[in-house]
Design a protein around this ligand. Sequence first.
Ligand code: IPE
Ligand code: IPE
Ligand code: MG
Length: 238
Amino acid sequence: MDQNELKIPQHVAIIMDGNGRWAKKRHMPRTFGHAQGARVLEQTLEDCSDLGVKYLTVYAFSTENWARPFEEVQVIMNLFRDYLISAVDKCNRNNVRCMVIGERSRLSQDIIDSINNLENATKDNTGITFIVAINYGSRDEIVRAVNSISREVQEGNIQPGEITAETIEQYLDTRGIPDPDLLIRTSGEERLSNFLMWQLAYTEFYFTDTAWPDFDKNELLKAFEKYSSRDRRYGKVK
Ligand code: IPE
Ligand code: IPE
Ligand code: MG
């Protein structure tokens, strides 16, 4: 495709899937795949930033992933620990604003503190916004939003019957962030697995058989090429 025809999505969302299978194929423990996946994520953030993407949201740990073996959950949490600390300098050097979505109270206190510190330290950066979904589930996010709105109604701050789509958006973890333009899921699975169900209402979907640890700039460009050829009608006639 001619570089001039390539449309760069403003907001890219990624379900980073296939770490475990990738490792197993190499006769390594599943956690080896998560470590490689974390490195690929850092490179993908850089590639998205270089290509002019404004928001990158990645699914790192779902509300359902707690059901995995304890050791695997522990290794993933340790990867978050390391990342959240090293990311402060890296993001500031690269002008990246970092945010975390998901329900935090189930995370360890040191991880919660690192998230708050990273968000705070990078909040004024004006480059790409990098959003990491940790203990995130779309249904959980909507339930929390409904509970918050109910409290506002009870306190008389919102009138029943006056709740609009915009009201609901204000109470989602993604408030203030435009909806994703392109969703990428790696590793051959074609489902949402409880990711951003509200926000993906009009997003273009791209699925690839490539496992997340093998994802690279070439794969990213392939997804952007496919996205560029899509006709986004939003229910209208063109
Ligand atoms: C994605 O890879 C990472 C997380 C869900 C944390 P998986 O761990 O789901 O890898 P597969 O899908 O089992 O291969
Ligand atoms: C979705 O992947 C969650 C993340 C990538 C963090 P899963 O591997 O958990 O999804 P399922 O179980 O295949 O639906
Ligand atoms: Mg998986």
